[in-house]
Design a protein around this ligand. Sequence first.
Ligand code: IPM
Ligand code: MN
Length: 359
Amino acid sequence: MAKYNIALLPGDGTGPEVLREGVKVLKAAAGRFGVTFETTEYDFGGDRFLATGEVLPDSGIEELKKFDGIYLGAIGHPEVKPGILEKGILLRVRFELDQYINLRPVKLYPSIPTPVKDKGPEDIDFVVVRENCGGLYTGLGGVARKDTPHEVAVQEMVYTRQEVDRCLRYAFELTRKRDKDKTLTLSGKTNVLTYVYDLWERAFHEMGERDFPDIKRDYAHVDATTMWMVKNPEWFDVIVTGNMFGDIITDLGAMVQGGMGVAAGGNVNPEGVSMFEPIGGSAPKYTGQNVINPIACILAGQMLLDHLGEDEAAGCVEKALVAFLESDLLQGLSVREIKQAGMSTTKIGDAIAEWTAKV
Ligand code: IPM
Ligand code: MN
């Protein structure tokens, strides 16, 4: 009987509310298959920072390294200057635990409205593999002559061959495992970023030719990628890209799949400890109102189960979600629609947790 130790980081705003439902569904689905979870909660976030001045102590990082996985609610507090918590918690965990893959599925579930006209669940099902530690996020750069008319600011896009190769390998292997169209698209900007994306492109074709002859390789500039994500999302199977481009196109991906209320992601270290999170923010204005959609966080839990190799439990969460959506309890995912349907964060979590026993 498998047993896992998971660290919970509820974080700020509505993070704790959605994480509570995520854990509820995760435990319900896992329980059916004899899998148990021991959870340990950490209070890293805005309130702790305002009270103690501490964002994330070094000891916290060391503790997090000992878990089988990390499950995060949301980071971002209206009274804390933007950047402090995002860099001090979210990015710090990603970097120090070397979670070099940001895995972001873009999948439209039945009954969820997409703003993309004439497209349905059969058209929208791809995954973005975003490099998660390097590129513009490396943090190299500087400023000189500050506050003068001659001020200069530099932020460098840095990639090593090793960083590019390990990300590409993960993406190729995922494309093989998905077994959908066996197509991996590199999204870059080889027409302008002639150093960094030239490295990506050469590494992509070398590795593909040598180790993944069964995978079709495709290339699209990042600007064209955004166009096709809207116009022909069915063309994509797996997209691999650098950190900044991945950040941008996955917000578009979230909209294509129905909104932030359903978009989940994983910060993955295939050899270490990974962290799963809903992509959306902490929605401070709705804190404590029990109106935020927990589906994104529930899907993050599904990704966590999948990552741990608990395929049956992961499949159960997905089936329970689909059963819930098809049972016609929701007409949409926004706060307004949740209120209109007489639903709430807790009721949605309860309903999906109940479905895990029946699917
Ligand atoms: C995301 C977020 C983060 C990022 C921010 C909050 C640092 O936008 O997870 O996509 O830029 O990676
Ligand atoms: Mn982002």
